[in-house]
Design a protein around this ligand. Structure first.
Ligand code: PEP
Ligand code: MN
Length: 335
């Protein structure tokens, strides 16, 4: 149950409302986001919600049977639009393409990638500066200095940035330089990080955990939303299965299921989803046709020289072809 409160609800009216909810046996959590003030009630007892809806200070009330509430489409029917400013948005029908290297490596690399994005009409660049690596001896990223260098160049060229935050302590330092915080698969259930990102007024893209269910991804989003940040993007990036022919198993089913269950935008990551360069385009196109609102791909001028994930990274020519085909696919899908 979600009870939307009037902006100027008095303390007295709120106390009365809480007392009434208490009587129903529902537990409540008070939520304040950038856009609203509400009470989220959890419980299972049947009662007539009109008894609460008529109380002073209540603007609206909805019953939401899903275990996740604020991110559920049962509560909000219309799609959420993520506005990155300067005319860059993530919304239904206007495929947001994000591309860039797995890791930010150098100024030259950033510059060549920005040129590639601009030549292809893309506005969002991906790249990691804090890299979660399976081996401690692998390249761990350029860190904050790399992010500052990247951000300065990107801003100059009107390009938005998405980059992974691995730790709560990195949020504040990264804040001025990123446009979207990415939470990686390995942090999909780092609840302290999710809580902290709920206190930030910037979009957050949540990747599905390696072995996370669709419901767990939606609950991760619920953490961010209920802590105050409504600007959330969901990302299917493949899960670990028994299959060894690909790095991960991209779950195409997740795209229409997430679109149906939640009002949040859904982005597909075919690069990590299959992990093999020659198959990335096929998965990307399938994800678009399945209803993805955006696609994030790894690209590099020379994938064989990439500091990380070269085996799943497209070169500029392959990526350019894919953008064109994805645009054609969206047109076909939404025709
Ligand atoms: C990445 O985007 O480079 C990355 C590490 O992704 P994931 O968290 O999905 O593995
Ligand atoms: Mn990667």
């Amino acid at each position: 149950m979600i009870i939307q409160l009037e902006p100027k609800i008095s303390e007295q009216a709120k106390a009365k409302l809480l007392e009434k909810i208490n009587e129903t046996g529902f537990k409540t959590t008070e939520v304040r986001t950038q856009f609203r003030h509400c009470l989220v009630g959890t419980g299972s007892k049947e009662f007539d919600i009109r008894t609460l809806g008529n109380l002073p200070g209540v603007a609206d009330i909805h019953r939401v049977s899903d275990p996740f509430k604020l991110v559920s489409r049962k509560w909000r029917v219309e799609d959420t639009l993520i506005d990155l400013g300067d005319g860059v948005t993530l919304c239904r029908g206007d495929l947001a393409m994000m591309a860039g290297p797995c890791s930010i490596e150098s100024e030259e690399q950033v510059f060549s990638t920005i040129n590639h994005l601009k030549a292809n009409g893309l506005r969002i660049m991906r790249g990691g500066v804090f890299k979660p690596r399976s081996s401690p001896y692998s390249f761990r990223g350029m860190g904050l200095d790399g992010l500052k260098m990247w951000s300065a160049l990107a801003r100059e060229h009107g390009i938005k940035i998405i980059s992974e935050v691995m730790h709560t302590e990195q949020i504040e330092a990264m804040y001025p330089y990123v446009d979207i915080f990415q939470v990686g698969a390995r942090n999909a259930q780092n609840f302290n990080l999710l809580d902290a990102l709920g206190g930030v007024d910037k979009p957050v893209m949540l990747k599905r955990g390696m072995s996370g269910t669709i419901e767990e991804l939606l609950q991760a989003a619920e953490y961010v939303f209920s802590n105050g940040n409504e600007k959330i993007i969901l990302c299917e990036r493949g899960i670990r299965t028994y299959e060894t022919a690909s790095r991960n198993t991209f779950d195409i089913n997740a795209i229409p299921i997430l679109k149906d269950k939640s009002h949040l935008p859904v982005v597909a990551d075919p690069s990590h989803g299959i992990g093999i360069r020659s198959y990335v385009a096929a998965v990307a196109l399938a994800a678009v046709m399945a209803g993805a609102d955006g696609v994030i791909v790894e690209v590099h001028e020379s994938p064989e020289k990439a500091a990380s994930d070269g085996a799943q990274t497209l070169d500029f020519e392959e990526a350019g072809r894919l953008y064109g085909r994805m645009r054609a696919a969206v047109a076909l899908r939404d025709a």
